[in-house]
Design a protein around this ligand. Sequence first.
Ligand code: SAM
Length: 227
Amino acid sequence: MRLPRREEGKKREMFDNDADRKLREAMVADQLAGRGISDPRVLAAMREVSRAEFVPEEIRARAYDDGALPIECDQTISQPLIVAMMTAALALRGTERVLEVGTGSGYQAAVLSRLAGEVVTIERHEPLHRTAAARLRSLGCDNVLALLGDGTRGCPERAPYDGILVTAATAAVPPALLEQLADGGRLVIPLGDADSQELTLFERHGDRCRRRMLTRCRFVPLIAEAR
Ligand code: SAM
């Protein structure tokens, strides 16, 4: 894995204009608060981060659609409601170290960067990794470390993690991720096959994990490198 250069700077919004802000506020009110997302910190973070910044230019007019959208490499940026549910399930207070597997556009990482102390995000597609890392840098998300590689191995160098989000679907939790989850930590992952998945929350207590289903969902597959 390659470590990117990190730059100092204040988080800023590139699409900081009235029209985009109004669309974000409507998204938060209608798609999130209106559907049961109640954590004020999560709502504030999603009000702050412009989703328009993270979608391809040719579909920017659909940036606040209530659904997943296509990005490069045949991947997707997740539905805002799913981003909010996954983030809220981590119950972040601001000091945690969080691992995201599946950087994609970088949108989820930008939201997490406002809510956690440090975010490590891993993407397997180099073009996505490069674009997202540059975006996150230009937006001043200095507490995000974007890595290129197979996220099913986690990033043991920075472990343990208080929170882990896996934003691609798999049949079972990759063992390395459970090993890198801190005691008391939370891991959210879509479990299932291509047609039927359940977004699942694991809470680690010592050697045991409590498991809870959050909602049905549909993610692109988690692809592990052959070992
Ligand atoms: N969180 C992303 C965002 O905010 O745009 C959306 C992620 S998209 C639904 C899932 C991503 O997981 C894709 O970009 C895909 O390439 C990536 N992925 C799949 N398997 C992976 C793996 N083993 N390691 C790292 N990334 C992986």
